[in-house]
Write a protein that binds this ligand. Structure first.
Ligand code: URA
Length: 251
């Protein structure tokens, strides 16, 4: 896809960064690579023993905090910490470069992701890919994509606080394993979980937050942008800001 086409898809045909660096040539949009965290591929093992399922949340969190990448995928697949495991088709642990500098965090799998076991593969994912392409990036290449929830909430509803809390150790472990240089919180659920705030996206945009030591930028969720295309330009501003923040933090 050409740069003009990508910007067009983002609704940014007339928007230009005056005097800003020219972004590198865009790569063509290729199909998503398979998850780099496979290890055990698509063959998910049987659930954990009863005693593990009944461990206290703290014991469970401590155990998850020690997982290797290989064990991580299997553990998510065997998780029964909330009821979403009963209605999911496939768990959606995350996808991408496990050494990525960029970590994008969404909310939770939708219908397409639930079928495929990979985050952001539906319409919102297409937009995310286009946004990455506009930055000269693509998933799997210096980019990791994860969600607050690893299992689909029925009818794509927002995570309940209990579900988000039950899944929190997995996202925390992913962050610890990847050690990203920048985190992009896509939408309210990610911002709430990572920053422990209930503030609006509008009020959180445009500044650098921290998740522990790691710089974190908040922007709109791609699914929101599909419903409110007028805000795509703001989201693009956020991504340009994120790129500059990453450069400044590592200068
Ligand atoms: N929305 C999300 O937040 N995550 C996905 O993986 C897909 C849609």
């Amino acid at each position: 896809m050409r740069r003009d086409e990508v910007l067009n898809a983002l609704g940014l045909t007339v928007w230009r960064l005056r005097g800003a660096d020219n972004p590198p040539p865009l790569p063509s949009l290729s199909p998503c690579p398979s998850p780099a965290v496979s290890g055990r591929g698509e063959a998910f093992p049987s659930p954990l023993p009863q005693e593990e399922r009944e461990a206290s949340p703290d014991t469970r969190a401590q155990r998850i905090a020690q997982l290797s990448w290989d064990d991580f995928v299997a553990d998510v697949a065997a998780c029964t910490a909330c009821d979403l495991c009963k209605t999911r088709t496939k768990p959606v642990p995350g996808v991408g470069d496990v050494r990525a500098r960029w970590l994008f965090v969404g909310e939770g799998p939708g219908a397409e992701e639930d079928k495929k076991g990979e985050p952001f593969v539906g319409q919102a994912g297409l937009l995310l890919d286009q946004m990455l392409a506009a930055l000269g990036m693509k998933r799997g290449d210096d980019v990791y994509i994860a969600n607050v929830l690893k299992c689909r909430p029925p009818n794509n509803r927002a995570p309940t606080p209990q579900e988000a809390d039950a899944c929190r150790p997995y996202l925390e472990r992913q962050i610890a394993l990847i050690q990203p240089k920048i985190i992009v919180a896509l939408g309210k659920s990610a911002a709430m979980l990572l920053l422990n705030t209930d503030a609006s996206i509008a009020s959180l945009r445009g500044r650098v937050h921290r998740y522990r030591e790691t710089p974190l930028v908040v922007t709109y969720h791609p699914a929101y942008l599909l419903r409110s295309p007028a805000d795509k330009a703001k989201s693009w501003e956020d991504l340009v800001f994120t790129k500059k923040t990453l450069a400044a933090e590592n200068a």
